[in-house]
Design a protein around this ligand. Structure first.
Ligand code: UD1
Ligand code: CA
Length: 479
């Protein structure tokens, strides 16, 4: 017998009940599409090839596969004539395929690779023609039922709509995932009919046909029935998301991550979190985010594709495609936009926004600033309300702020401009020309005073009375 292994993933249906222009299998579930999760679990069996059957919105599914799983092959099923039909045309497109063929559904994303491995190993060890993955569930409504004989041997699957009252009472259901021997599958698929309530070619009929041909068939029951949950509408999608969230969060906590409130913590399957990270309530960690040990995240923080270094803290902030260095501090209420890179010990504080900006070691942008398209040297101090004006209405320009620079509050740096190492900028300056290292630049109007203006122009106002009291003039005190 061939030791080849392959997987066929059924993803040709539109998923009408999703009420979406996007095909069901491309809906997102904690960092991957539904199909992406299924591809990931099938990868666990070490397949020589993986074939995805596409049909509805095939262009979108194929584009997604080309981008994320270029090693996967696709087969086009023009009309969705049933799961048996889908597998039949997949097999017809690869006549050379032998060995074990796993068939899985593109809309059942929670299957663990370990479970699929157990299915394949049991199947191969028994030398079965077909082995179906089943689950015992409380509510089998709508699903295929597994009919066994009195000795417990699998006889066949019957679809809900074709089942009689006794069969409807069965709580062991067909997960829609199977391991087949390629040759046996090919042979039995040639025999299936459309004699059922839906008039479709049912893949499930292969079980009974194989048994009738005297071939061994079997079943593997999952330990955790949530693994076989499929998604048909958005309410079920939300249900799956909670199941996966709990699974991810439990694994993280067991690995040494503190989650103060796992119910409000949403961490993508793709995220890496080191032991001894503390995550406070209300956080989302997405995509390629990685958080190193000792870091503290949250509350109420979203990190997307972001690297957080050892011992850093990100508090109540929104961070996208950024790097937060070791021991750096972000927030509360900071917005780090793509290509923000904070070196070790840097700080970006309240109501500060950065974009495409390298913030040097120990540099501080503590409050109310915008720093975009800029380099900030180590230990520089950016005062409250400083704006880097990077855009002239046509193009973005770069601003270079040297090491140890001190920028006074409410200054604007008009790019392109360079502030030399150790320079000072006086508060309220509008800087459009380069400043040499160690200079003080003052770029604001000189102050002037018009003596007695309030008494002359605003007599009798609270301001006038306050001024009079301060100046020791009894006239306005009412005496
Ligand atoms: C199927 C099983 C049922 C099982 C259930 C588990 C059959 C006949 N029934 O039912 O026993 O309990 O899955 O969820 O197999 N697809 C195609 N081409 C087609 C038809 C379907 O690619 O022509 C794809 C769908 O996009 C979907 C998967 O196959 O990803 C399952 O099809 P679906 O129609 O949802 O099967 P169920 O009726 O749920
Ligand atoms: Ca169906």
């Amino acid at each position: 017998m061939s030791s080849e292994r392959s997987a066929i993933i059924l993803a040709a249906g539109l998923g009408t009940r999703m009420k979406s222009t996007k095909p069901k299998v491309l809906h997102e579930l904690l960092g991957r599409t539904l199909l992406g999760h299924v591809l990931r679990s099938t990868k666990g069996i070490g397949p020589d090839r993986r074939i995805v059957v596409v049909g509805a919105a095939a262009d979108q599914v194929t584009a997604h596969l080309e981008q994320h799983s270029p090693d996967v092959e696709t087969v086009f099923q023009a009309e969705q004539l049933g799961t048996g039909h889908a597998v039949r045309i997949a097999l017809e497109s690869v006549p050379e395929l032998e060995g074990t063929v796993v068939v899985a559904c593109g809309d059942a994303p929670l299957l663990r690779p370990d479970t699929l491995n157990r299915l394949v190993e049991t199947h191969e060890k028994a030398g079965n023609a077909a082995t179906v993955l089943t689950a015992v569930v409380d509510d089998p409504t709508g699903l295929g039922r597994i009919v066994r004989d009195t000795d417990g041997a699998v006889l066949r699957n019957v679809e809900h709509r074709d089942a009689d009252a006794d069969e409807l009472a069965i709580r062991e259901i067909n997960s829609g995932t199977y391991a087949f021997d390629a040759a046996a599958l090919r042979e039995q698929l040639g025999k299936i009919t459309t004699a059922n309530d839906q008039g479709e070619e049912y893949l499930t009929d292969v079980l009974e046909l194989a048994r009738e041909a005297g071939l061994p068939i079997g079943a593997v029951v999952v330990n955790d029935p949530t693994e076989v949950l499929a998604c048909n509408d958005r309410a079920q999608l939300a249900g799956l998301r909670k199941v996966l969230r709990d699974r991810i969060n439990t694994e993280l906590m067991k690995s040494g991550v503190t989650l103060e409130d796992p119910d409000t913590t949403w961490i993508d399957a793709t995220v890496k979190v080191a032991p001894d990270v503390l995550i406070r309530p209300g956080c989302q960690l997405k995509g390629a985010t990685a958080v190193d040990t000792g870091a503290e995240i949250g509350p109420d923080t979203t990190l997307t594709d972001t690297i957080v270094g050892e011992g850093a803290a990100v508090v109540r902030s929104h961070v996208d495609q950024a790097t937060v260095g070791e021991g750096a501090k972000v927030g509360p209420f900071a917005h780090l936009r793509p290509a923000s890179k904070l070196a070790e010990g840097a700080k970006v504080g309240a109501f500060a926004e950065t974009k495409n900006a390298e913030i040097g070691a120990g540099a501080k942008i503590p409050h109310l600033s915008y720093v975009g398209d800029a380099t900030v040297g180590a230990s520089a101090n950016i005062g409250c309300g400083v704006i880097v004006a990077n855009y002239d209405g046509l193009a973005k320009h770069h601003t270079d702020i040297g090491e140890g620079v001190f920028i006074g509050c409410d200054s604007v740096l008009i790019a392109p401009v360079s502030i030399g190492d150790g320079a000072y900028i006086a508060a309220g300056s509008a800087i459009g020309e380069d400043v040499a290292p160690g200079d003080l630049a003052v770029a604001r109007a000189r102050q002037s005073a018009k003596a007695g203006w309030v008494a002359a122009k605003r007599p009798g106002t609270v301001s006038d009375e306050a001024a009079k009291r301060a100046l020791g003039d009894g006239r306005a005190s009412g005496e």
